[in-house]
Design a protein. Sequence first.
Length: 375
Amino acid sequence: MDRAGSGVVRLRGKDGLKSVDYYLVVPILAMTIIGLYVLQRVLSKGYAAYPGNYYRQIVATVGGIIGALIIGLLDAHFMKIVGRIIYGVSLFLLVLVPIDGYSLAGTWGADSWLNLPIIGNFQPSELAKIGLVMVAADIFEKMKTKEYSILKGFTRMAAVYAPPMLLILLQPDFGTAMVIAFTFVCMLFAWGVRYRYFLLAFSTFVVIVIPAVWTFYLETYQKNRILSLVFQGSDPRSEYNLMQSKAAIASGGLTGNHTGILTSVPVKESDFIFAAISEHMGFIGTTTVIILAFFFLCRCLYVAARIPSKTASYTITGLTGYFAFHFIENMGMAVGLLPITGIPLPFISLGGTAMLINYLAFGVILNYSMSRNVL
């Protein structure tokens, strides 16, 4: 009987761990260790919630690793069902966000969190990123094999993406929406859309979407962040975080700031963790993180190119785009190359939800990478 249709959750055999791609595992674990080291140094300097917040980060890390191992050991043919489950759960939780009576909008500018028992604050939109990629990958494969026509495929795709995207934009969380859009474009490119359609879509985006978002969606403080990036010095108040981040990075030198006088950077433990890495580990630390992230992303794309299963290939491509967006945006905004957004640095920034979701996404990639010679 075909395993994909048996409805039984199967685990890999006892030799499953022998097929683990350690070229994927090592850079992730290395970045996690660096993150825990830097966070301990940052949080211990005057944070009232320390050491509780640090212990919670360790628990989230351990939980994420266990979750990644469980997903990695599942039979690869069961992953389509896993994707649908993740999508369904994330959509249900997104519906609860505006009606649960709990909001951090006054602190973070968006109502994006649920206060769940035991888990605490949880951001469903992070889980939705994985579910959308996995469900969309299955649709892309059916379009590739002609099981779905182009019209039917993109109609189903719109039905899958519309509800979570609408709920996320209503929070409002434009950063997460951009990540989801970017992962879709990555999968669309891997699926084989012609370049002229990309150019047409990009032109439409520049001419129509960007002005509309600027006029009707972005808040004043978000516009000021973008303007201060283009016209440096135009708004010192909006540029404060960036100036402090640059000062912290510069103070790190080659091996870190050993003077004991540290630069005050808002949200140094999360959004500007890259500045903290430079401050405590210097140029060597930041370069190491960049190399580890680059190697991990390249390895993911290598696996995506080699795996026979189209669903697996599209899934890995989408999740690689997800990680790439986070890495590039977080590092870029810390040095003033990209606008400031609330995008954390994967496996390093403080945040239990982000750590769990990052490891779950990694578990999906790991699962498919272990099956690339048999699917």
